[in-house]
Write a protein that binds this ligand. Structure first.
Ligand SMILES: [Zn+2]
Length: 416
């Protein structure tokens, strides 16, 4: 690698790492500052002992996060500077059949290879940190099985998709990037529908919510809020973790709401109703198509950028790869794109937090008051040992959801 390329690369990687470490250090200091003297709002959410546990848990996760940031940055530099990519390109080109198949294989195999070092942190987080605080329910066997399934899916889905994308680059001429965008966007829409039906069941068991009072209440709420014929399913999240969650998948008549079994065990029926009302709020306020539009815009911009970099004489060669070759350009973009998007990622979070406030307001309306949702949010924060005192810069930069204190303040603010 040329010295000027190295200097630019090291500065860009270093700038992102420095910003991340500063944010994490600020967050750490903020947690410690409140460790012995919690802000008044905390008393309503956690007792002293639970708060102490949430502080230790947050500090432990923060330490791991900072180590991982440094580790990831080093791995990225080692891979790019150490000639891993040209070596892989030569190896696969030498024994795989010439053409799109070996190009697709190069991208996937290299992606998998450079993902291996990160597994250490994944394992440590699950079986050391999560386990220490009683959240881990997974076993080494299940963890390995998950990784193997994930790897298999990468090839089963990724391989034909990449092949098709490389074919588009070959055949569509100068405007290939618009066609490539179309291909991936359609694939994403298809996945929204297929993911809960085909992929999620490979990892989790989904069962329709059992008949009974809870189901009646939730369906009544769904009808009342204009979310008709909704499928409400329960996912066995407890198989891996004690953390709880609810989410929304699909669109149109494929839409469904998935509740973790852990969530059902932790909340009272009325609180679950409020959580469901919040999810319905996302649907009724049009958040899903809006987020889809934003991600489509970013995808299109990404493809335009790849097209520009691909036809340049300097991008691939700077990393020891042949100029004009599509597959290396895609791979490099995937590895380097985050160095740029990191700086604009807070914009997406600002939009996401705005949607959370809107969904909360919707739930308050549907429930005839803020009480049930506030109770649910407090309980979830307690059960998940959430960090109640994140640094404002940290949460402003990274968090897709407002903090508990912010959400409560908005929920209990009188409406005009
Ligand atoms: Zn939400």
């Amino acid at each position: 690698m040329r010295i000027d390329v190295f200097v630019i690369l090291a500065s860009v990687v270093g700038a992102k790492l420095a910003a991340q470490l500063i944010l994490s250090a600020l967050n750490r200091a903020e947690i410690r500052r409140h460790a012995t003297t919690p802000p008044p709002a905390v008393a309503a959410v956690m007792d002293g002992e639970t708060y102490g546990k949430s502080v230790s848990y947050s500090l432990e996760k923060n330490k791991l996060e900072m180590l991982e940031l440094v580790y990831d940055a080093l791995i990225l530099l080692i891979v790019l500077v150490g000639g891993v990519l040209p070596w892989m390109f030569g190896q696969i080109g030498a024994w795989a059949p010439e053409g799109r198949w070996d190009d697709a294989l190069f991208v996937l195999a290299t992606g998998v290879l450079i993902g291996i070092p990160a597994l250490i942190f994944d394992w440590y987080g699950q079986f050391r940190v999560e386990a220490k605080f009683g959240f881990n329910q997974s076993t080494l066997r299940l963890w390995v099985a998950d990784k193997v399934k994930g790897l298999a899916l990468t090839f089963v889905i990724g391989f034909p998709l990449l092949w098709a994308l490389l074919a588009v680059v070959d055949l569509a001429g100068r405007a290939w990037w618009a066609w490539g965008f179309g291909l991936i966007f359609v694939f994403q829409l298809l996945m929204l529908v297929l993911y809960p039906k085909l992929i999620l069941p490979l990892f989790n068991k989904l069962t329709p919510l059992a008949e009974g009072e809870l189901r009646d209440r939730l369906l009544a709420l769904a009808n009342r809020t204009g979310f008709k014929a909704a499928a409400i399913e329960v996912m066995d999240g407890s198989k891996r973790s004690g953390h709880s969650n609810a989410f929304f998948t699909g669109f149109g008549r494929f839409r469904r709401i998935v509740l973790f079994d852990t969530l059902i065990n932790q909340l009272e029926p009325e609180e679950l109703e409020a959580v469901l009302a919040h999810e319905v709020g996302h649907y009724r306020k049009g958040h899903i198509p809006r987020m889809l539009l934003v991600s489509a815009g970013m995808l299109l911009a990404g493809f335009a950028a790849i097209a520009w970099l691909m036809q340049s004489t300097w991008f691939n060669p700077a990393f020891g790869l042949p100029a004009g070759e599509p597959a290396p350009a895609f791979l490099l973009f995937a590895m380097l794109g985050g160095l740029v998007t990191f700086w604009v990622s807070p914009l997406g979070n600002i939009l996401s937090r705005k949607h959370e406030y809107e969904a909360d307001a919707f739930a308050r309306e549907a429930m005839g008051g803020a009480g049930p949702l506030v109770a649910a949010l407090r309980k979830l924060a307690r059960k998940n040992l959430s960090n109640l005192t994140p640094h404002p810069l940290f949460s402003g930069f990274y968090h897709s959801h407002p903090t508990l204190v912010e959400r409560e303040a908005a929920l209990t603010r009188p409406t005009v």
